[in-house]
Design a protein around this ligand. Structure first.
Ligand code: AMP
Length: 431
């Protein structure tokens, strides 16, 4: 986590009690997204934040919303999350910062017990964290009203829209008073996100966290053009060479356990998997056993992988190329954290994945190796990070995606190249 902002928590306008909680949490300095977002959110403004998972974005909306409503009684804060796992993690962060003020948090997620959630809602929680589908179920049954909400938070808005929650989001937003604060966080500003922001937000301030190559995680990326039938043996080669933790992304739920089973049969047994049809408790167990190191390898789909907050994955393997180029960024963002060099390998099928690889290359500036020069087997390659530059096919290390600000954007650079607070962008778009 990059917290090198030379800013202290005390400068952000938070109460003494909140500062004590932050200290207790061990957060020494605010991260860039926190430094920029918290004062705006505290002032009651609508804020549109572009920031990746791992940047401290959750606390950037949890801390100011709790601070604003901590002395009030009623359900004032609603945070929408794309997946159950993210909702749970967000609920935990809210609990850390809100419970000491006597505030109650309810988390409503698919797969959990409906009656228990109904009871939690009936107890008038101060904060509600929910996935859009589940919240709509509760709304339909009359278990909850949203007339009191004064702070609406869309976390990972791009992901919620990609998952097809646009209709549910509309239904929910319609039931919330227009006079409210809206905070929207999104890794990318895809057109659908802009559309939602136009509809749901009122002249938002925009915070864009950009990282330079210097501060970005260093991720060595490589691409293997191989047919489907060679993927498993290539995966096994990588898993046997790589001693660290590995995150393997596949395209379907079925593949998660099929590949896990094949690997176990071939003697690679420190592997677990997660997909959305598993019961909640099994999913939680898989994640905790991966986090604790009991299993070194986890196989997941995009939806599931996104919610797993693990800081130092050594190697991300895209067994299947992601459907959306943006998912590539989310996936490989699991590695190369905490200033370490990460490693990402992608298996692409010639003739099938060409367009997707082209889209990823455009997004990331990655030079994909040409198909007629297939990547050599991994054993033939130098293994240590300091020797990797010798690899003939290693795409260059690139920075995470930056949202090229539009021309009319006024950019106030806080620290050159590291982050920018962009004002007026949406004002101009909204006319
Ligand atoms: P997030 O981007 O919200 O998923 O946060 C990623 C991780 O960073 C979480 O484990 C947080 O507990 C941690 N974190 C958030 N803010 C800070 C901070 N200011 N200093 C250190 N760690 C932080």
């Amino acid at each position: 986590m990059d917290t090198n902002t030379n800013v202290s928590w005390a400068e952000l306008g938070l109460s003494k009690e909140m500062l004590e909680l932050i200290e207790k949490e061990g957060y020494k300095h605010p991260s860039p997204v926190q430094h920029l977002t918290i004062p705006l959110a505290l002032a009651g403004k609508d804020v549109l934040v572009s920031s990746q998972t791992g940047s401290g974005k959750t606390a950037s909306f949890v801390i100011p919303s709790v601070e604003r409503f901590k002395e009030k009684n009623g359900t004032y804060i609603l945070a929408l999350s794309p997946t159950r796992e993210i909702a749970q993690q967000t609920g935990e962060v809210f609990a850390k910062f809100a419970k000491p003020f006597g505030m109650k948090v309810a988390v409503c997620i698919g797969g959990a017990n409906m009656n228990e959630e109904k009871e939690a809602l009936a107890a008038s929680p101060h904060i509600l964290v929910a996935t859009p589908g589940r919240l709509c179920d509760h709304l339909e049954r009359g278990n909850v009203w949203l007339d009191f909400i004064q702070c609406l938070i869309f976390d990972e808005a791009d992901r919620m829209l990609e998952m097809g929650f646009a209709k549910q989001i509309d239904l929910i937003t319609e039931q919330i008073p227009k006079e409210r604060q809206t905070l929207m966080l999104s890794a990318t500003f895809a057109p659908a996100v802009e559309k939602l922001a136009r509809k749901a937000m009122n002249h938002p301030e925009q915070v864009v966290i950009q990282k330079t190559a210097e501060t970005a995680p260093k991720i060595e990326q490589e691409l293997f053009w191989i047919p489907e039938e060679r993927k498993l043996s290539q995966l096994m080669r990588i898993l046997r060479q790589e001693k660290g933790t590995c995150f393997v992304f596949v395209s379907t739920k079925e593949k998660t356990f099929q590949i896990a089973r094949l690997l176990i049969n071939k003697g690679i047994t420190d592997v677990t998997y997660i997909h959305s049809d598993l019961q909640q408790e099994h999913r939680e167990l898989a994640v905790s056993e991966f986090k604790s190191g009991k299993f070194r390898i986890i196989i997941a789909t995009d939806v599931m992988g996104r919610g797993i907050d693990v800081d130092d994955v050594a190697h991300v393997i895209n067994y299947d190329v992601p459907k959306e180029a943006a998912d590539y960024i989310h996936r490989i963002g699991r590695t190369g954290r905490r200033g370490q060099t990460g490693h990402a390998s992608t298996f692409a099928i010639p003739g099938k994945d060409d367009k997707s690889i082209e889209a990823i290359s455009k997004l990331r500036g990655v030079k994909a190796p040409p198909k007629d020069r297939p990547a050599p087997p991994r054993e033939a390659r130098p293994r240590h990070h300091d020797q990797r530059s010798a690899r003939p096919q290693t795409p260059k290390v690139v920075a995470p995606p930056t949202q090229a600000p539009k021309q009319e954007v006024i950019q106030e650079t806080i620290k050159p190249g590291l982050m920018a607070k962009v004002k007026g962008f949406f004002k101009s778009l909204m006319g």
